[in-house]
Write a new protein. Structure first.
Length: 267
């Protein structure tokens, strides 16, 4: 495109025309098509023309555009967050075993019930694209301490019941019947038979002159059996009745009494 400045040029012969002077007193803006803008200002008797960047030659304009073009900023491929999370955690209780020498072997008894505890645990959590990918424990605060379960383990050896003990006498028969009335049969009867066979061999007249122990249960002194009958010195039923009550009150069962006798030699 070519711009014509004929109206701005001096008149022939070096004289300026009145028309030029009129134009020079005002600002003239010429706008060219295809994005070309030209602004002219009168300075004194001459015009100063300003042309924007689009008025520069194509090569210069393309270079300027290339220099000022910014590469697009791409969003991060991964959205990563680090947050703190606090969660409640259950602390499992343990179990402690204690030997109980008053209870026969093979018997387990829970003395104290176990209780789980609780704790608050804080984690530093890494989240990538909305999914947790890593966590690190940072702080643990115990709210309730766990309580261990305590189990008593029977450590008392079962008494050895002798085999082949024979006492077919009337006293033994009475003793077996009276023990069964208390629910002591089977092993309990075997323990009672072994105990009193050892003490007196079921002899109602058995007497220990050294200690004063007397009768089938070897009561010490024998006169204790008077609480069950005045004929305590000779009546096997009276002696057996007292002996069964003594075992029940002191040991609970004939096998417990027999076990004690095996351990220390007396009951």
């Amino acid at each position: 495109m070519t711009l014509s400045f004929r109206n701005l040029m001096p008149a022939p012969g070096g004289r300026r025309s009145k028309r030029y002077k009129a134009v020079s007193r005002r600002r003239v803006a010429l706008t060219a098509s295809a994005g070309l803008a030209v602004t002219a200002f009168a300075v004194g008797s001459f015009a100063s023309v300003g042309v924007n960047a689009w008025a520069t030659p194509d090569s210069t304009r393309d270079s300027a555009v290339a220099d000022t073009t910014l590469a697009p900023v791409e969003a991060a491929a991964n959205d990563i967050q680090v947050v703190t999370k606090t969660e409640e955690k259950t602390l499992e209780h343990g179990s402690v075993e204690e030997k109980d020498y008053d209870t026969e072997e093979g018997t387990d008894t829970v003395v104290t019930e176990g209780e789980n505890g609780t704790a608050l645990v804080s984690y530093e959590v890494v989240i990538k694209d909305g999914v947790e990918v890593e966590r690190t424990e940072s702080l643990t605060v115990v709210v309730d301490e766990p309580v261990d379960e305590v189990v008593a383990i029977g450590a008392k050896e079962k008494p050895t019941i002798p085999t082949g003990v024979s006492n077919a006498g009337a006293n033994r028969a009475i003793g077996q019947e009276m023990a069964a009335a208390r629910g002591w049969s089977g092993d309990e009867w075997s323990c009672l038979n072994a105990l009193w066979t050892k003490e007196s061999n079921w002899n109602s007249n058995a007497h220990n002159s050294s200690s004063g122990a007397h009768g089938i249960p070897q009561s010490l002194p024998g006169s204790k059996m008077a609480s069950h009958g005045a004929d305590w010195a000779t009546n096997p039923a009276t002696q057996i009745s007292w002996g069964l009550s003594y075992i029940s009150g002191r040991y609970g069962t004939p096998c417990a009494a027999w076990g004690h006798s095996q351990s220390v030699g007396w009951y």
